[in-house]
Write a protein that binds this ligand. Structure first.
Ligand SMILES: *Cc1c(COP(=O)(O)O)cnc(C)c1O
Length: 409
């Protein structure tokens, strides 16, 4: 352990994260190294952020070259990289919309919630009349006031009241629950296509299709938070594509910059005009530097056929995990997810398991109250998965044994 870093943390860093005694100093591809020289297989990817692996040469080169050209020009002026990135994302989202850039998932969601308010205002003709947003139970939309108010979790909301008014919650994959929540004060439905932090709960394809029809029937917006599940993570660029639907607006962030901080929203042309000059903005959104990084990520996804890679290996690992579930049915309770966004529900709280897996050389994030996530870089190979599965199997077998012994005692 590097005592120096540990002391610096203790003396200077806010205690809002419960941190293990590990300091990472270097990354390459799917590998990380700590300050003791120990190598890890990284299936956390900075929580679905380092989407093309650590220090991908193309990303490094794009950042280096742009840093030597111009880093920031503000959004008072145009910059070419932002325009090219917006065009690329617009194409991915169906081609008939507009993009706004910001710096994080929570900030993308703030803009989406503001879109819902502007939309409600415009269709009802007055302010404070049609402004509510229906979200899903167990959702996670970020830590800002809007995002937090859309996140019905004690640990996220407690101590911060009063929250932002106007958020309602319905049961995911229950269309009647959403229908019942919608009245003429509601402007939008806002959900994660696949719930991430809540424990990897996908919105089903029929549910997404029904939800699209319901929003059309009620004349409200369907807004999807693809901050975690977007940018190729599930084997399609956006996770909703599998349902063949078109949302009215989309939020993205995490994987988009490959580790460079960027968020974005896409809005269908019908509603993009609601944001007129002066209605919204941010200093750092879509700088030449960060846009260059995101462009390198999108180009790498194309050039290295990463969507195909994710689809193929995602199926493989789901199959392998289901086999393991049959071997350890008392310990592995469920396997959920799609592509490289996989949740393994286990028979205990995830923190100790996550620590043990890391000691064995596999870095993974927990989720919800009893889920371990696999969120490797989209570049991860079948060999990477075999290695991760070996480590997971040995730790899970031990934990299952220990749990059985506890029950018997
Ligand atoms: C991580 C996450 C956010 C918040 O993103 P930040 O960049 O941490 O603000 C919002 N929505 C979802 C679905 C997320 O996974």
């Amino acid at each position: 352990m590097n005592t120096n870093t540990e002391t610096l943390y203790q003396d200077n860093i806010l205690g809002n994260y419960g941190l293990p005694p590990v300091t990472f100093v270097r990354g390459r591809g799917t590998r990380l190294w700590d300050d003791q020289g120990k190598e890890y297989l990284d299936f956390c990817s900075a929580i679905a952020v380092t989407s093309i692996g650590h220090c991908h040469p193309k990303l490094v080169k794009a950042i280096q070259e742009q840093a030597e050209t111009v880093i920031c020009v503000s959004n008072l002026y145009r910059n070419e990289n932002q325009a090219r990135l917006a065009q690329a994302l617009n194409t991915k989202a169906g081609g008939a919309g507009k993009v706004f850039f910001c710096n994080s998932g929570a900030e993308a969601n703030e803009a989406l919630i503001k879109l819902a308010r502007l939309y409600g205002c415009s269709v009802s003709g007055e302010e404070n009349k049609r402004y509510k947003v229906v979200c899903a139970e167990n959702a996670f939309h970020g830590r800002t006031f809007g995002g937090m108010s859309a996140t019905p979790k004690g640990n996220v909301q407690k101590g911060f009241g009063p929250l932002v008014d106007g958020f309602l919650f319905a049961e995911l994959n229950n269309i009647e629950s959403f229908r019942n929540a919608i009245d003429d004060t509601v402007a939008a439905v806002f959900i994660e296509t696949i719930q991430g932090e809540g424990g990897i709960f996908p919105a089903s394809i029929p549910f997404l299709q029904d939800l699209r029809a319901l929003c059309d029937e009620k004349g409200i917006l369907l807004i999807l938070d693809e901050v975690q599940c977007g940018v190729g993570r599930t084997g399609t660029f956006f996770a909703y594509e599998k349902a063949g639907i078109q949302p009215d607006a989309i939020g993205m962030a995490k994987g988009l910059g490959g580790g460079a901080p960027i968020g974005a929203i896409w809005i269908r042309d019908d509603h993009a005009g609601l944001f007129t000059p002066g209605t919204h903005g941010t200093t750092f959104g879509g700088t030449p530097l960060i846009s260059a990084a995101a462009l390198a990520v999108l180009e790498t996804i194309e050039e290295e056929s990463l969507l195909e890679n994710v689809s193929r290996n995602g199926e493989y690992v789901l199959q392998k995990l289901r086999e393991l579930q049959e071997e350890l049915p008392d310990y592995i309770l469920d396997i959920r997810g799609s592509g490289y966004m996989i949740g393994i529900q286990i028979a205990e709280a995830p923190l100790e398991v996550v620590n043990e897996l890391r000691d064995q050389g596999l870095v993974v994030p927990p989720a919800g109250s009893n889920v371990v996530r696999f969120l490797p870089a989209l570049t991860a190979t079948q060999d990477d998965f075999d290695e991760a599965l070996d480590i997971f199997k040995s730790v899970a077998s031990e934990r299952a044994e220990a749990l059985r012994a506890k029950v018997d005692a």
